[in-house]
Write a protein that binds this ligand. Sequence first.
Ligand code: PHE
Length: 448
Amino acid sequence: KSTSAPSLADGEERFSKSGFIFAAIGSAVGLGNMWKFPYITGKYGGAAFFLMFVICLLAVGLPVLMAELAIGRGGRGSVSASFSRLSKQKGWGALGFLMILAPFLILSFYSVVAGWTIYYAVRSFSGQLFSNSDYSGQFSAFIGSWQPVWWMLLALVLTAVVIIKGVSAGIEKFNKILIPGLVVLLLILVVRSLTLDGAGEGVSFFLSPDFSKLTAESALVALGHAFFSLSLGMGTMITYGAYVDKRQSLGIGTMAIGLGDLLYAFLAGLIIFPTSFAFGIEPGEGPGLVFVALPAAFAAMPLGSLFGGLFFILLAFAALTSTVGLLEVPVAFVRERFGWSRGLSVIVITLLLFLLGIPSAVSVGGAVGGLQFGEKTFFDWVDFICSNIMLPLGGLIVTIFVGYVWKHAGDEAGLTSSWFRIWIFMVRYIAPILVVLVLLYSAGALDF
Ligand code: PHE
């Protein structure tokens, strides 16, 4: 039935050429780069891990990104409609549906962390954050209360306001304002951190590799993170692809998005590692690194509440340009499938997200007991199921579809014949094998 649904292409919704690049970079650059990347780099081997991440991103991430954009532009629909249009088989639409569920789930906990960053930005500028030097106590008191629910709601509402305005007046415009802002903030903070006394040690931790630290486990984590960081396997890039102009080069777009994401991760590393080392903070600290360790560092530097505030604003911007890309995926689906207006779709989905987000928001810090299942809280489960299972599964679906099912992928990609050969080789053989390894590892079938 979905094949006969109105195509998103019937509407006027299109990105401009630069708008698409801004929006896609905005989606890729997010909490993954600044919150997750530093602590996993700290944990899995520093510079050697970073190098592994770069290789995974270029060799596997970019080919899959290209495949997703091609599916979106070729199918011109929401994720599941694009799949069924291009394959003419029903089953693919249902697999596509899996990739619509994933961003919905991800958004329910990602917006919780996005809410934390807004709260921290406000507290830092106002100076309250620095009035008490027990940063770990402050963080646990905050996440152990009900307050994060309201900050999550704020993050969701901001996201919804952008998505209600649509593709060019909403997503594109928002990213065109925030991304340059992000670059400016990033550069200010890089200069600040590199000029701290003792910054050098952090720089060499991040940039001079010690290969004895590399393990098979760290390689799989690097690959999983390359997927997360490029927003792959979750339908975002397929949905954005549906709004891309036919004349735009997907090859150049893919390169720009990949390099933008990489550059951002690199600069984030140049902020976080020198700052941590200069103040004697262990970078393998875990998810609290950014919220617990960095405030201590900002407190110890001149104009700390200004730099701290800028840092958390940066984080909030990065998070919001990603939540926007996530919300558009289910919204596009509901509009196409049920013929609802954009406004109604956004309101209904945001409300559902808010309800689903509450258990995440109150379980992570233990505000509400009983939300611990086995070793993990509700929040950790949603994160684990999305990042470690649904996302590689989505990646696998994409590679099989483009590599073996959709016959005209090459025409849509529009690559020269030698680039095409490299691309299709990676998509057919290398990417699926590596993704399956990541899945087995996540399922606990591979032990290191
Ligand atoms: N790429 C984003 C980040 O690094 C996360 C994300 C994943 C956003 C999937 C959209 C879709 O934080």
